[in-house]
Every structure is written in structure tokens, then in C-alpha cells.
Ligand binder design. Sequence first.
Ligand SMILES: Cc1cc2nc3c(=O)[nH]c(=O)nc-3n(C[C@H](O)[C@H](O)[C@H](O)COP(=O)(O)OP(=O)(O)OC[C@H]3O[C@@H](n4cnc5c(N)ncnc54)[C@H](O)[C@@H]3O)c2cc1C
Length: 493
Amino acid sequence: MDTLIVGGGTAGCVLAARLSEDPCHTVCLLEAGPVWATAARMPSALLDATRMPIDAGAPWLRTYPVTLAMDEAGHAIDGNIVRGSVLGGSGAVNGSYFVRATAADFAAWSRELGRSTTWTFDSVLPVYQRLERDLDFGDRPGHGRTGPMPVHRPAEPVPLSLEFAAACTASNIPAIADLNALPGSGPANGFGPVPCNIEDGMRVSTGSAYLLPVMFRPNLTVAGGMRVTRIRFHGTRAVGVDYVRDGESGTAWADRIVVCAGAIESASLLQRSGIGPARHLRALDIPVLHSAPVGAGFTDHLEIGIDYRLGREIPMPNAVALEYVSILDDIELRPYTVSFTPGDYRLGVALMRPHSTGVLRLRSTDPAAPPFIEHRYLSAEHDRIRLTDAAAAAIELLRRIPSARVRNPLPDAAGSDANMWLRANLATSQHLSGTCRMGTADDERAVVDERCAVYGVIGLSVVDLSIVPVALSRGPQATTVLIAERAAEFLAA
Ligand SMILES: Cc1cc2nc3c(=O)[nH]c(=O)nc-3n(C[C@H](O)[C@H](O)[C@H](O)COP(=O)(O)OP(=O)(O)OC[C@H]3O[C@@H](n4cnc5c(N)ncnc54)[C@H](O)[C@@H]3O)c2cc1C
């Protein structure tokens, strides 16, 4: 094999499809979860965009216990997060919100890379255009209309979404018709319909958009049910992987290995293979191949849920979970169309550029054991202040929705009462990123270089959401596709 890809998720499917465009280049993709040969064989639950197929026990999910934050007394606030373990990965089970990161995000990303222009907004814009087939605005400047990923905004929003939009208008919040529009072409802050990777009511993952249409290629092998347990090295050169399939172990060899296992599993796999914080690896008796800050300083978008009731009946037709959002700098307001508790509705208040960062470490050398994941949400005072203010503004906005009554009002006093309230209503967006962050060779926090190659070894790259060195101001799915498209350019060169 020329290239062996670990993980057929959002990024892995893109990369396998792009690299195998060259018929002389052999590509093998190993995916831990189930794989189907055609979209028609995929379970309908994965295709129905009006529900997220993340019920406990679903065969295409992996669940991880996490510590979200610590309470005032120093006790852990625990929770669970999930990831799609299936062709298409988390993109096959997610909320289908497909929005670009901002020009400011890429400016921040580029600052991490010194003088490099590899990840400036101008460099990545053609890639965003190439990957999308925007069914609403494809002909507008800065957009694409021939790419694999469909992008469509809700044509007939449900009444709850329309009430939120009306409340925004009544609060003088400007409307943004296209959240993926070029910077400067409209207001930066405002509310608007969510761009979704949905076509004909169906969720379109990179599995169905990129990989399934090219499965026939003779130079492409895709195997499901293959959990990679360790990367093999000759010296410092990556030469293969160990895997387990149906309880049997085996080894696959390749000229180079690209890890696309997602921010949790890519970091875990690197650590199990001897690339990680040396002291931690030694404590687990893992021989250290290269000491690196794998798993340190990750970010995720924390969310505070404001629950409310309406003093009247409102029709709730099936819809994508989020049809509208409102953006105010680093805050995203999410009026969910689904009820989390019968009779209650939720407005999510998400902090998109948190200062708090988390850490991921192996629990044991057993590949089946989930790693320790500590989000350390709300540990930075900046985040607590920002979210308290944003929650107050969100509750004010809810007053504009007729007969809406907030179930968990913010305490009047600031300080510890407000902090307790934040902790009591804390949730996560499931956007964990940056466990194998990109940076310059002299950056002590960096794991990969600007072309996604892992420092300290040869023939090993990480290509997925792990590599993002900054908190993105928007949901990460579209940018994960972009990362894989961009990395395919580097790896094909
Ligand atoms: C429930 C949920 C809802 C979300 N909603 C949104 C949204 O609406 N909008 C948005 O922008 N973002 C959303 N996200 C986040 C977004 O989906 C992810 O950030 C993105 O898909 C990550 O892509 P990835 O390629 O890094 O990883 P993934 O897509 O998770 O892919 C990783 C793949 O690697 C495989 N794998 C892992 N370990 C191994 C191994 N050892 N051997 C072989 N294969 C392995 C996994 O099975 C999986 O298929 C959501 C995430 C979740 C979980």
C-alpha cells in the first residue's frame, strides 16, 4: 500500500477519495465501525436528517465518559460524549450544521504558523468553494456549486424557528441570509438560517458524498470493523499498523500512515504508539518514541442550556435540530427545534472561543479502554463572565417570544451564584478539537507541522479535527472536510 488511512470518518473519507484519484496510488482505509458499499444499504436512521441517531447503544456510536468541569467544592461534574464510529464518522450522526470558519479564525490559525500562508483565509477559500455544492447561493462570489457536499438552508422553518427569528428582528439583531458569505459582504453579527449538509431531507456525510461513489476503484480498499490498536515503526519511520477485527489481530503494512481517527482516537492512538507526553507514557510502561504534547490543551464549544416553556400549543413538525442561529462575536445562540424534556424547549448559549482548555490522557494501554478526558470547562474566569452576560442577553431575547417562560432563570446576583447556575446548566457541543495541534517546529505545544506531518517521526500524518491549533468560531464539520481536502493536496504532491 502507498497510503494507509486509519479511520473512515469525516476527514478519512475525503482523503481516501482524493488520494485514490491517482490510479497509480494505492490507498487502504481501515474503519473501526460498520461500512456499507452503497448509500442504499445504510440504515435509514443515519440518513434521516430530522433526528440525530445517537441513542444509547446505537451500533454506530462510541461513548466516552468525560469530566466537563469541577464544581465549587472541587467535585467532578461528569458526563458522556459520543462519536460516530461508522463510515462517515461523526458526520454520519451529527446535527448537519455545515458552516465555514471565519476569516478571523484562519488569521489566528496562521499566527500560530509564523509567516506561513498555508492556512490563511485566502488560501483556504478555494478549498471551501471546491468542497461544496451550495444549492441556495452556489452562483454567488466565494461559493461553489459543483462540489461533493450539498449545502442547503431550511426552506420552510418550523414555527419555533420563525418565532426566534421574529424575536431577533424585534431586538434589532440584523438578518444574515448566508452564514457562509464572504467576509465583509454583510453583517458579521446577526441571525440567520443554518447551512446544512442535507439533500432531499437526507443527511449527507463525507462517506456518502465522497467515498461511496468511488468504492469501485481498483486502487482503493475500504475495510470496516477494523480497529487499529497501534502504529508500527522501523526506527522512527511509520511502516504499518496493528489492528483487531472480530477478536483476531493482524498487521497491515504501508509506505505511510495517515491517522484520521478523530480528535479523541487519533490522540489516543499516537499515545499508545509512543508519541505523547513522555512522563505519562512511561507511567503506563509505553516505550517513548517521541515526546510530544499529544492530548494537551484541547478546546471544545461549551454550551449553557436555557430551558423555557410556551404558555400555548405550537406545532412541532419534524425538522433538523437547529434551523436558525444568532451570532454575537464569540457567542452562538441555538434555538433547538427538538424538545430535550417533554414540554420544554431549549435555547443553547455556546461560547465559541473559550479560554478554558482540556486534556486527554490514556487510562491504560488497553485499546478498548476510553481515555481520560477532562474538558475543564469554565476554569477560565473570562469564560464564566462571558457566558453569564450572554445568558442574560439570551433570556432577554426569549422575552420577545410571546408567552415564553424561562424554567431555569439566571440568579440575580453575579459571582458564585451565577457560577453555580452555569455549572448546573452546562453541556457540550461535542466539537472537541486540537489534541494534536499544528504549529511551528519550535512551538512546544505543536504535534504536527503545517502540512499535517507528525514531528519527530517519518511517514506519519494526522488529518482530522485534532490538528486545529485555535478554537474555531463556528461548528467544525465543514472545516474538517476542508482540512482533509487541503491535506490531500500535500499528500498527493
Ligand atoms: C452528536 C454530534 C453532533 C455534532 N453536530 C455537529 C454539527 O451539527 N455541525 C458541526 O459542524 N459539527 C458537529 N459535530 C462535530 C463534527 O461532526 C466533528 O467534529 C467532525 O465530524 C469530526 O471529524 P473527524 O474526521 O475529526 O472525526 P470523525 O468524523 O469522528 O471520524 C473518526 C473516524 O475514525 C474511526 N476510528 C476511530 N478510531 C479508530 C481506530 N482505532 N481504528 C480505525 N478507525 C477508527 C471512527 O470510527 C470514525 O469513523 C457533531 C459531533 C457529534 C458527535
